[in-house]
Unconditional design. Structure first.
Lengths: 302, 249
């Protein structure tokens, strides 16, 4: 067996994991499965692409930062894209989810997120067509790093970015008052209000974090694979599988779940063929629900 | 009576519009006092203090705290306004450590002040110190109540409002909780308390109100109320009282 699947798996796992953080936060704090989360990824990616193009039109061609395939415009555009996706999530919450949430039936909010997902995706297809596009068409040479593994500079940079973001979110959740408020709200919303937590502001922070990370995950897919309106929707199942595998509400769990699923997918591609890739998250999801429904880092409600 | 801290006038409140559970109840709590609200099951005691804490919709009446109108203020603003509430059950965050349970309640304190304030709580509630890294869900029933009370006291509230702190506890923990409340009293914290356990509550209280069918029907000095035949009737029989106290409702 070729160990190359480890790099591929870690990369896919990073994308899944960053997306799963948003899924797990929305589920534990707002108590619904947001099926539009994948489309936040796609919107963030297209927004980033649009900003890259705009910068290109304004300042002309910018040389990439060697040895990466992209230059500073993409980095700037990513930050703008993250802010845009966070705003999109906030807007969608304000016009749709918040109103339905106040009526108190989770299933209606879930269905609404399905509808929002379709609408967002169709808008992307309408605006950008469903033809795949790319941040860069340059081919990067993968460097051998031993054990038969090859990795490109982009891949190294993105793995490092994932590590930094995950660590940052973990520290935010465990070391800051905002993070503690988010934990409190996920454990007991009524008590959270009593101890003085402004639920509306914690909900906003949740959307901002989820939206911004979804954008990063989407841009990673855009850099390493391609940009399509369905790119986020196709990530939905692995993201939910990762969030459930890791234990709902757990940030490290979502990321570890993402890496496990990414590695399992990449391994399956090598061992039994690429057509089984999607089946892997299904199988893992079902297995977790049977064996340990609370997930790796999940805790039973007491 | 000392200066009034909490002044509740003619409060009407309930979960459903047009179906009040609290029907015109009035009480006052003086600074440093422990005031107990007693009453038979279903008298609306719990709804009464939840309404004061902003958790049950109020349809009539006013709640004044130190002269400020806090009637129906959003629940999350109550600590800032000076009212800290301890619910009867589920009053801690079970998956967070004891220390994080205290920290999460410190939102209105100055950042610099927080570590010292947490240490003060550990001095006041030494049982919690050894458990500071423990998930609060693993605490005993009595320790949970201590944590819930410490969490409420940490923000220097003008009045501490407790909903049946002894409910669901074994007798050993019940006496522990009342000893704790008696201890808090010494630090001159103002307390409003709803209790089923009338005897224990009257033993530590200064004054008491008896709530029947959503109205305050009787008021008295705590130590005298226990010997009042009306209390016995209320707690033993089902028959509602027909003795109106002058001036109220």
């Amino acid at each position: 067996m070729n160990l190359q699947f480890v790099v591929d798996g870690l990369l896919t796992g990073s994308m899944i994991g960053l997306g799963a953080i948003g899924v797990t936060l929305t589920y534990s704090i707002l108590r619904f499965s947001n099926f539009a989360h994948g489309d936040f990824m796609a919107w963030g990616t297209y927004a980033t692409l649009a900003v890259v193009s705009a910068i290109g039109a304004m300042v002309g061609k910018v040389a990439p930062i060697a040895p990466l395939s992209f230059g500073w415009p993409l980095i700037v555009a990513l930050v703008v894209g993250m802010a845009f996706t966070a705003l999109l999530a906030l807007l969608l919450d304000k016009v749709l989810f918040a109103r339905l949430r106040s009526q108190g039936q989770a299933i209606i909010v879930v269905m609404a997120s399905f509808g929002a997902s379709m609408a967002l995706r169709s808008l992307l297809e309408f605006t950008f067509s469903s033809r795949p596009t790319y941040f860069s068409r340059a081919i990067q040479i993968a460097m051998p790093i031993g054990f038969g593994i090859r990795i490109t500079p982009d891949q190294i940079a993105l793995l490092m970015l994932t590590a930094v973001l995950v660590l940052g979110v973990h520290l935010l959740m465990t070391r800051t008052q905002t993070g503690r408020s988010m934990q409190a709200l996920s454990q007991n919303a009524a008590l959270a209000r009593i101890v003085g937590i402004d639920v509306a502001s914690v909900v906003r922070v949740t959307w901002v974090i989820g939206g911004a990370l979804a954008c990063v995950a989407g841009v990673m897919i855009g850099i390493l694979v391609q940009i399509r309106p369905f790119m986020g929707f196709d990530m939905l199942l692995p993201m939910f599988a990762a969030a459930i595998l890791g234990g709902i509400g757990s940030i490290p769990g979502a990321v570890l779940g993402g890496l496990i699923i990414g590695l399992a997918e990449a391994g399956a591609v090598q061992l039994i063929g690429a057509e089984w890739r999607a089946a892997v998250s299904f199988i893992i999801l079902i297995a977790v629900l049977f064996v340990r429904p609370i997930g790796l880092f999940g805790v039973r409600e007491r | 009576m000392s200066e009034t801290v909490l002044d509740v006038r003619d409060l009407e409140a309930g979960y459903e519009p047009g179906v009040p559970i609290v029907r015109g109840a009035s009480i006052t709590v003086g600074r440093g006092e422990i005031v107990v609200v007693l009453g038979p099951n279903g008298a609306g005691k719990s709804s009464f203090i939840k309404a004061i804490a902003g958790l049950v919709p109020i349809s009539r009446g006013t709640v004044l705290l130190d002269g400020n109108d806090i009637t129906a203020a959003p629940a999350h603003t109550m600590v800032r306004l000076g009212l800290a509430f301890v619910p009867q059950t589920e009053n801690i965050f079970p998956l967070m450590s004891v220390e994080d349970n205290l920290k999460v309640a410190c939102g209105i304190l100055e950042r610099r002040e927080i570590p010292a304030r947490i240490e003060e709580m550990y001095v006041a509630f030494p049982d919690l110190v050894r458990q500071r890294r423990t998930a609060a869900g693993n605490l005993s029933g009595g320790q949970r109540q201590m944590l819930a009370v410490a969490r409420a006291l940490i923000v220097h509230p003008k009045v501490l409002v407790l909903d049946e702190p002894s409910a669901g506890l074994s007798p050993k923990f019940v006496s522990m909780v009342f000893e704790m409340l008696a201890g808090i009293r010494k630090s001159s914290v103002t307390i409003l308390l709803v209790e089923q356990n009338a005897k224990a509550a009257l033993a530590i209280g200064d004054r008491a109100y008896v709530l029947v069918e959503g109205k305050d029907r009787h008021e008295g000095v705590a130590s005298e109320l226990w010997n009042d035949p009306m209390i016995a009737e209320l707690y033993l029989g089902q028959r509602p009282l027909h003795v109106e106290k002058g001036g109220a409702a």
